[in-house]
Every structure is written in C-alpha cells, then in structure tokens.
Write a protein that binds this ligand. Sequence first.
Ligand code: NAD
Length: 348
Amino acid sequence: MLSPSDKALVPFVSVDHMMRLIHHIGLGDMLRGLADYIADDFARWEQFDKTPRVASHSAEGVIELMPTSDGETYGFKYVNGHPKNTSDGLQTVTAFGLLADVDTGYPVLLTEMTMLTALRTAATSALVARTLAPRGATTMAMIGNGAQSEFQSIAMQAIAGITHVRLHDIDPAATAKCAANLAASGLHVTQCASAEDAIMGAQILTTCTADKAHATILTDNMVGAGVHINAIGGDCPGKTEIAPAILERGDIFVEYPPQTRIEGDIQQLAPDHPVTEIWQVLAGQAPGRISDKQITIFDSVGFAIEDFSALRYVRDRIRGTDLFHPLDLLADPDDPRDLFGMLARAGG
Ligand code: NAD
C-alpha cells in the first residue's frame, strides 16, 4: 500500500492485477458497478470537457487517444483497433489509461485497459439496452464472437435481464470458443450457422464484428419491428456493420454526436440526420423507446467519459488492496526546482 511519503509513486494496475480485481469483485458485480459509475457520469454530462477522440489511421487500423476532464480529475485512454491482428496472434483492441489530479497535474492512477475496455463497453451496452430494449427482452443475438463477445453477453445478463444468447461468427471456432466460455454463465447458449439464424426470436441484436470495411452484418430484410440493435463494431471511418436502410427506419441513439458522425454507422447517413444523445435519455431529458414497434439503434463507438468512469471505478476499488504496483513514474526532487541536482546526485 502507498504511504503518504510515497506521493510521487503512482498506483499501476497491471493486467494480472486487473484480472485479480475482477475475480475479487465478481464479473457480474463489477459490470453492474461500472454501469452505475457510467450512469452517474452521464447524469453530469455537461460538466465534462468533450472532444472527438484523436485518431491516427493506417491501412491496417487506428491508434486513438481519448481524453476528458470533469474539472477535478483528468483522464485519457490509449487504444488501438487492428482487425487483422488476430491472424498474427495479436488482439484487435488493446488499451491502457491514466487518471490525474487537475489541481496538480499529477497522475493518480495508471492502468491496463484492455480488460477494462471490454468490461466498460459491455456495461455501457447493457445500461443502454436496459433503457431502450423492448420490455421483457430475454434473447440476444451476438454476431461477432471475438474478444468482446462474452463480456457483452454476461453484461446483458447481469444488467438487462437477458437469459438466452444466440451466437454467430464467420469463424465457427470463435463461436465454439464463446459458447465454451459462457457454459458456466447460466445463459442458454445456441450456436448458429448464419446471422439470419442468430437473430431468430431475438429482441436485442448485437453486432460486434471487426473488419475495416463497409460490411453489412444486418441487412434491411433481417430487422423487423420492435427490436433493439446494439451496434458495437462500426467504430472507425470506413468500418460499418448496419445497412443504411435500417438506420433510416430506426431511431438512433449515440454517445457524442461529433465523434459518432465520423466513426459510427451513421457515417453512412447525411451529416444532419437526427440522433438522440443517450445521456439525455438516461437523464430523463429525451424520450427513449416510445412504442413496441420502434426499432432502437445504439450506434456505439465508445466515448472518453465511459473510460473516465471505468478509471474512477478502478481507482476507488483498489484502495485498501494490494492489487497495484507503486510506480516510480514521476521525478520527485527534494527541491522541486533542482531537477538537475537530483540527476547529478544519482550519478554518485
Ligand atoms: P475480435 O477481432 O476479437 O473479434 C471480431 C470477430 O468478428 C471475429 O471473431 C471475426 O471472425 C468476426 N467477424 C468478422 N466479420 C464478420 C462477419 N461478417 N460476420 C460475423 N462475424 C464476423 O474483435 P473484438 O475485440 O471483439 O472487437 C469487435 C469490434 O468491436 C471491433 O471492430 C472493435 O473495434 C469494436 N469495439 C468497439 C467498442 C465500442 O465502444 N463501441 C469497444 C471495443 C471494441
């Protein structure tokens, strides 16, 4: 544990620490806790500095920085998205992030965020589905059975009351992996050979595929009245999943319009196509689902405030535990203006 004299040491949560923290809290409880923190921050949305994330694109993927601040605390996440990585044994998405004290500018937490991103994305999806999905929804189609898929399924169970998931991936091995990982979850799991089969009887359709292309995971004829679409994978220019005709028929809910219009499935629509900011629905300032027939679409791209919430949650939950390393990240000379003297003394 850090002592007061260690104020320049920054708690660092490694991947191993994060996994132990998740097991210590329990995955379902942690997803619910994250959803509560995200809901709290969405409720004070207007207090935050907001900017579309800063993206550096290449042929194979994207590297992004996602900053925000509530005036007291500043946070950012570094995250990549490289769909072809999996063929080299690497992950599509990896991330780490930092929280800092606005008054001093000193970091107060550095943490892995690959695991944490999967949890925060799933918690956000389920928080939104609990609000927008048809009442009594029990079944989700989970299309794209990669790294995010089990987290999405378990969050929908823990937060939105889903009892059945219908899995599909173009790679049957991914579906088999996801089904095996969900075997002990209590969810009824069905492996489906096609996306058309996966959506049968589902009230929530989650698309979480990775391909740097204008893919059409859901075609217009696949989507009937009354469903909720949780569109996760279209999160970058030139990378979409939903047929534009579905977007035209449905009501679209987004995190932060200036970012989603660049990155989300709505990049396929006119720049002034109406969308609702999801924080306004959660805050009771805008309507969500207003009819049984309505198609609701959460065009999720992932926004900095969700990462800020997740970072706050981890900062609060590691207090009093040994689930971090004190990291010697900041130079801390006895005389703050004598940085050079500190270096000279270190040379002996
Ligand atoms: P992943 O590479 O581990 O899994 C993607 C899966 O999609 C693979 O199993 C692949 O076989 C499958 N797939 C590709 N094309 C398909 C198709 N046409 N039909 C069915 N399945 C198909 O990636 P991941 O980490 O699970 O992430 C999935 C997507 O979600 C990525 O595009 C990522 O950028 C995005 N993502 C979004 C958020 C957010 O906040 N919205 C957060 C994290 C990840």
